[in-house]
Design a binder for this molecule. Structure first.
Ligand code: GLA
Length: 708
């Protein structure tokens, strides 16, 4: 193995991976086969686990012997034998950190020196299970792994409903729910980098009937991996469902040298019999503690200049935007794309990526000057980078043609006029690390980075990997993580936004190194209501950057209300705002600062879905139930007399009295919601509810609710 001492070696043949409300049970059979007996609500009495009937569900199915469905793992041995048989050898179980129990089940082929460990981390209080697989062999020559799933999960129910999240640039995370039928439904990605642009590595799987927000049995899963992924949902002839989750092995059959441990990324999953709302709150609680960098900490409000200037700026324009940022009341100015490269200046998206020195025409005094000017105004300064990429028109391209992913004997294939650097190569990893490290060493005042990744991999070929080309997709992401680990060792606190041409890379493989992510370049308010709704199933609001911009034709109050439900920022030219509009933005920032901790750290309740209602509504409640913030968005174009119906709040203390205050009400303007300024019991707010008072598209109401 993977050899570990047998801590807490269990005697019973059942192995139970247990969180507060769920359990996953395995059984070792006398012939050595490891079966999965159960996954569902935790049983109260541990003796009852002995009553579970035997199953044919192999815990981690292999290819080539008697298993007839999609295997979790497939390989051929050095002697040409194409089969694998994995038998239980031992397992360990111990609480590694308070509240986290780790289980490792060691399996081995009885005939070949080929070993697999199944790893489980049970986060007790958060009700999350993290599962991955590691494999090692001691055969003489390398072997090829054809399949290598992180997790295999068996479920039995009369019907299965799958909700998944897909889209494209500017339409990320659109939710769709389908009933699964016999055969295989696959969700996957083959994009390499920016891997999730078309499909998110996340799902909700309901058992028996489609689960609601508060009812029904449902499993939520998301893969901690920023590269190609694959989920197979396979229903067999007995109507049993098997979920296989992991990296996508298509074009990525992995060559594994002897005595080298290969780790797969973790599938994170959670079981609930109280609907999808519980799943989201579990993921959010887990993520703030373990899944997102500094998830319990603070975030900057900021002004970004991307939509405000695009590539067209100079020091004067920027420092004038600093003044605007100051007047607006945000904490940081974020300088976007276009600030670098001299031989091929970055004046459009066609040139300069890779040449990370200040453009002398636009910034003759360098970044240091901008940091100083921002700081002089009491602002922090942040900067955009796209470190994994290269423009064909760049000095980097000219100097290091061997650092670029592209096929020999084929024309170069561009997307956004750029190519991807070969992060499997340690020299490239070092180059990417140094882009950040050199910049931070020279300008230690830089307080924030936006890390972008604007294309996928096509014409996949690594000059570095030579004859193990199909390791590229896996080794690229592992190379990226190596760089991020190194950066975090040196810069443990620096806030970094994870961006990928919008939301092309949002997953818990990358988020431990990032404080927040950019959900979409689409900042149109109504579109954002849907996009943010999709992400909210798995990712907490503290990580969700939401900027008020001029995209679309939405009124300012509506735009502010939508952005305030995440990490608030702006990307517009404040000088173009009227005095009234500027005042509303200033008021929004002040009010946001009062309620942001409830939004960031609170429990999310999705009250009314934009998919089925003219009025979308959600709320965040503080853990002690003393504070809540409610957001209501009238998204549809038609006048809607229906919104005279009350919206019932959730998660409050029925016995407490709460005062309702409407935010974003400009001085001299009337509140929209009649409940404004009134006091109600939690019981009333949850049973009788409150009417939003919204009437037409783009009406928005934000309510702060405080216990007396
Ligand atoms: C991507 C990002 C945008 C912006 C541009 C700059 O598209 O998603 O927010 O930073 O790159 O080129």
């Amino acid at each position: 193995m993977i050899c570990l001492p047998l801590f807490g070696m269990a005697q019973a043949s059942n192995i139970i991976v247990k969180t507060a409300h769920s359990s996953l049970v395995f059984k070792k059979e006398n012939n050595g086969t490891l079966k999965q007996l159960y996954f569902g609500e935790a049983l109260q009495n541990s003796n009852d686990y002995n009553a579970l009937p035997n199953r044919r569900d192999v815990a981690y199915p292999t290819f080539g012997t008697s298993y007839l469905f999609t295997p979790a793992i497939r390989t051929a041995h050095n002697d040409g034998n194409p089969s694998l048989d994995l038998q239980y050898i031992s397992h360990t179980q111990q609480e590694t950190t308070t509240g986290i129990e780790e289980t490792i089940i060691h399996l081995k082929d009885p005939q070949y020196p080929f070993e697999v460990d199944l790893h489980f981390k049970a986060y007790k209080n958060e009700d999350i299970i993290e599962q991955w697989m590691s494999v090692v062999h001691h055969e003489k020559k390398p072997i090829t792994l054809n399949n290598y799933a992180s997790a295999a999960l068996s479920l039995r129910a009369p019907q299965y409903y799958l909700q998944h999240f897909h889209g494209d640039w500017a339409t990320e995370m659109q939710a769709e729910e389908i009933r699964l039928t016999a055969g295989i439904k696959t969700l996957d990605s083959r994009l390499g980098t920016r891997a999730q642009m078309y499909q998110s590595p996340s799902f909700l799987l309901s058992l028996a009937t489609p689960a609601g927000e508060d009812n029904g049995e449902v499993i939520g899963g998301t893969l901690s991996w920023s590269g190609n992924f694959k989920f197979d949902f396979e229903i067999d002839e007995q109507n049993q469902l098997r979920i296989l989750a992991g990296m996508n092995e298509q074009g990525a059959e992995y060559t594994l040298a002897p005595n080298t441990v290969f780790n797969t990324p973790a599938l994170l999953y959670s079981y609930s019999n109280t609907g999808k709302g519980t799943i989201s709150r579990n993921f959010h609680r887990w993520a703030r503690k373990y899944g997102v960098m500094n998830g319990l900490g603070d975030r900057f409000t900021l002004l970004n200049n991307w939509e405000a200037t695009y590539f067209n700026f100079d020091e004067k324009k920027l420092t004038s935007l600093f003044d605007d940022a100051k007047e607006l009341g945000v904490q940081l100015f974020l300088l976007d794309d276009g600030w670098f490269a001299n031989k091929y200046p970055r004046n459009s998206d066609k040139t300069g990526l890779g040449d990370w020195e200040e453009n002398k025409e636009k910034l003759p005094n360098g970044l240091g000057y901008l940091v100083k000017e921002a700081n002089n105004r009491g602002l922090q300064f942040g900067i955009w980078l796209e470190p994994e990429m290269v423009s064909p028109k760049s000095e980097l391209y000219e100097k290091h043609p061997n650092w670029i992913i592209k096929l020999p004997n084929r024309p170069e294939h561009y997307y956004r006029s750029q190519l991807v650097l070969d992060l499997t190569n340690p020299a490239v990893q070092n180059f990417v690390y140094k882009i950040v490290d050199d910049m931070m060493t020279k300008n230690p005042g830089i307080a924030y980075i936006k890390w972008d990744c604007n294309r996928m991999i096509t014409n996949a070929y690594s000059p570095y990997l030579k004859n193990t080309q199909s390791n590229l997709y896996v080794d690229y992401v592992k190379g990226l993580y190596k760089v991020l680990v190194q950066l975090r060792d040196k810069y443990p606190k620096l806030p970094i936004m994870l961006c990928s041409g919008g939301g092309g890379r949002v997953d818990y493989g990358a988020l431990p190194y990032f404080t927040e992510f950019w959900p979409s370049d689409n900042t149109g308010a109504t579109e954002r209501v849907f996009i943010q709704w999709g992400y909210s199933y798995f990712f907490p609001s503290i990580a969700m950057s939401a900027h008020v911009t001029d995209w679309g034709t939405y009124n300012l109050k509506y735009r502010l209300a939508v952005s305030m439900s995440g990490r608030l920022g702006f990307d517009l030219v404040p000088k173009k705002l009227s005095a009234e509009e500027l005042a509303l933005c200033q008021q929004a920032i002040k009010e946001y600062n009062q309620v942001k901790h409830t939004i960031w750290q609170g429990d999310l309740y999705r009250l009314q879905s934009p998919y089925t209602n003219n009025l979308a509504a959600l709320m965040y409640n503080s853990e002690d139930k003393n504070k809540a913030v409610v957001f209501m968005y009238h998204t549809q174009q038609l006048f809607d007399p229906g919104t005279t119906y009350p919206v019932k709040l959730k998660g409050l203390d029925p016995s407490k009295q709460y005062r309702v205050t409407e935010l974003l009400v400009a001085p001299g303007k009337k509140a929209m919601c009649k409940a404004n300024g009134k006091t109600f019991s939690g019981d009333y707010l949850m049973k009788a509810g409150i009417e939003s008072g919204t009437k037409r598209a783009q009406d928005a109401v934000v309510l702060s609710i405080e216990a007396l």
